[in-house]
Design a protein. Structure first.
Length: 185
């Protein structure tokens, strides 16, 4: 496989994508966030054709995730809606606590205990902003009750994802789910 400065081309491509694409979040929070999420989800598939693997995958992936989630946090600090802003800060901080605990203990279930709900919440709010439901003049997310409902609905799909990735430790969540589902029958 081609290399540049003894670094496999596949790693240059994936690290380039994981470091450069998140910068678009500053200009286009919704689309930059979605594309960053997709690249994160597909990173192992992106490097496969190059015949390489991402070294120390779980740790490397978490550092790269933290990079683009920090960019999303910076964007959320500009939100006028104080409830949305404080929620984003809390969710980001809680995930960071889980990441630090994981780094010190190497116990992957920490990532399940402190799920990455921040990313879903960020994308939800910027989608609402893009649709005009959440603006500087009107706040759709305007009560703790509404916030609790939103967080619960965002949390529901997150739990199976975190279980598959960090408790069952599957590197291909779709294949793992299909294998599990086929075992039921």
């Amino acid at each position: 496989m081609p290399e540049i400065f003894a670094i496999p081309l596949g790693l240059i491509v994936i690290f380039g994508l994981r470091l450069l694409v998140p910068l678009t979040i500053f200009r286009w929070p919704l689309w930059g966030g979605i594309v960053s999420l997709l690249i994160d989800a597909l990173d192992t598939n992106i490097v496969k054709p190059f015949g390489v693997e991402i070294p120390n995958y779980t740790t490397t992936d978490k550092y790269l995730d933290t990079y683009y989630l920090t960019i999303e946090l910076i964007v959320s600090l500009g939100w006028v809606n104080k409830l949305a802003k404080s929620t984003s800060i809390f969710l980001y901080s809680w995930r960071l606590v889980g990441l630090v605990a994981f780094q010190f203990t190497a116990w992957e279930p920490w990532l399940f205990i402190a799920p990455n709900l921040f990313e879903n919440f960020f994308l939800f709010i910027v989608l609402w902003q893009w649709l005009g439901k959440e603006t500087r003049e009107k706040f759709w997310l305007n009560s703790p009750k509404r916030l609790a409902i939103v967080l619960f609905l965002l949390w529901l799909p997150k739990i199976p994802q975190e279980l598959i990735l960090h408790v069952w430790k599957a590197r291909s969540p779709i294949e793992t789910f299909l294998a599990w589902f086929s075992d039921l029958f």
